[in-house]
Design a protein around this ligand. Structure first.
Ligand code: GLU
Length: 371
């Protein structure tokens, strides 16, 4: 049994250039996009947080600039993205506004999702937009991303963004209705796979190897995205985006491939915090704070008695009382600032530091406590 799309509370939708942009005319497929916006509005009205990862900047910009077809040089695609992204963002903003939904543009680079400080920053902004019920529209910042520091494909970018915000579902809209045992264009016996429980080498082989001409169309990067998503506690779907109202089609049981995760975003994140990171310091908390943390609260500066170590904002720290280690967390302040506000109520953070920092020293979502 696969889950139902309607049961997810935070959903990322990835839309590729081929679906959005009519390459022959170099224009957006307006009717298609308007129909997708209806689907998004329905999901949003059911209470789900929705985030869109949209490609199409380079494809649109190259037509406007009159660049020839065929591969572009890096500077050309950067220039094309600069031109195309304006139109892309405006279009999303318009089609969503039609349903009373506010869109917010977020352009990210690889470093924003890989370096912890920048990751936390991108995450905080995105979560704030979702909290305000806006729909963030994300793309890679292609104009500043050079080949060594770019994702280059929005499939993996979407998977990283999905795990970054703790999404429980990622939907990749493609020009095919899922994964097949072999590329169907080349093999008439290729069978559709409705559910992938675990991404094994056999599954990866079905997506085609790097050298294969037939792997173009991106099934390989989609399976890569599936690995990122499922490791981070996010289920993933590959679905055919070429029909009108493609999300509704999937929600109504249309054919697609599910990549299931055994975990959930909160658990996956806590496992990561508890295991993957080397603590850079220690926060000693008082007994009252220790009890509050165990009851599920965040750690406020007022509960911190003293700090040790020289950590930076976003680093992992050990959280302990005098008598015992409680767990680990990602700290919201550099060590110096943390020391200055330790023991003080949150309303004093701004007068002491001179800037309005976060209310919590360690947010509960950024904390993994032992049993
Ligand atoms: N970021 C690129 C663009 O907006 C697209 C990357 C992709 O198609 O995966 O043009």
């Amino acid at each position: 049994m696969t889950p139902l799309v309607g049961q997810f509370r935070r959903v990322v939708l990835k839309v590729g250039s081929a679906l959005l942009v009519d390459r022959a005319r170099g224009r957006l497929n307006h009717a298609w996009l308007a129909a997708l916006a209806e689907d998004i509005a329905d999901l949003h009205a059911q209470g789900a947080d929705v985030l869109v990862v949209s490609s199409g900047a380079i494809a649109m910009g190259r037509t406007v600039l009159g660049l020839p077809s065929g591969p572009l040089r890096l500077e050309e695609s950067q220039a094309a993205a600069a031109v195309g992204q304006i139109a892309l963002a405006r279009t999303w903003s318009e089609v969503l506004a039609h349903h009373g939904i506010t869109a917010g543009q977020i352009l990210v680079t690889l470093a924003d999702t890989e370096q912890r400080r920048r990751y936390l920053n991108a995450r905080a902004t995105t979560l704030k937009l979702l909290e305000m019920r806006a729909v963030p529209v994300v793309n890679e910042n292609d104009t500043v991303a050079t080949s060594e520091i770019r994702y280059g494909d929005n499939d993996r970018l979407a998977a990283r963004v999905a795990t970054m915000i703790g999404a429980d579902l990622l939907v990749l809209f493609s020009d095919i209705d899922g994964l097949y045992t072999a590329p169907p264009a080349a093999d008439p016996n290729a069978a559709h796979i409705p559910v992938v429980e675990r991404i094994t080498p056999a599954i990866e082989a079905m997506a085609g190897g790097a050298a294969s001409e037939l792997s173009r169309g991106g099934m390989r990067t989609k399976v890569e995205a599936g690995k990122i998503a499922t490791a981070g506690g996010t289920h993933m779907i590959i679905a055919d985006g070429r029909t009108k109202n493609p999300l509704k089609r999937v929600a109504d049981g249309g054919r697609c491939t599910w990549f299931l995760t055994p975990s959930n975003p909160a658990t996956a994140r806590k496992t990561w915090i508890a295991g993957a990171l080397e603590p850079r310091g220690t926060l000693y908390v008082d007994e009252g704070a220790a009890r509050a943390l165990q009851g599920g609260a965040s750690l406020l500066p007022v509960g911190v008695r003293r700090i040790e170590g020289s950590f930076r904002r976003g680093d992992a720290v050990t959280i302990r009382s005098d008598s015992r280690v409680l767990g680990r967390g990602l700290v919201a302040y550099d060590a110096e600032d943390a020391a200055r506000i330790a023991g003080r109520p949150s309303r004093e953070i701004e007068p002491i530091l001179g800037y309005p920092g976060r209310t919590e020293m360690v947010h509960r979502d950024d904390m993994a406590l032992g049993d």
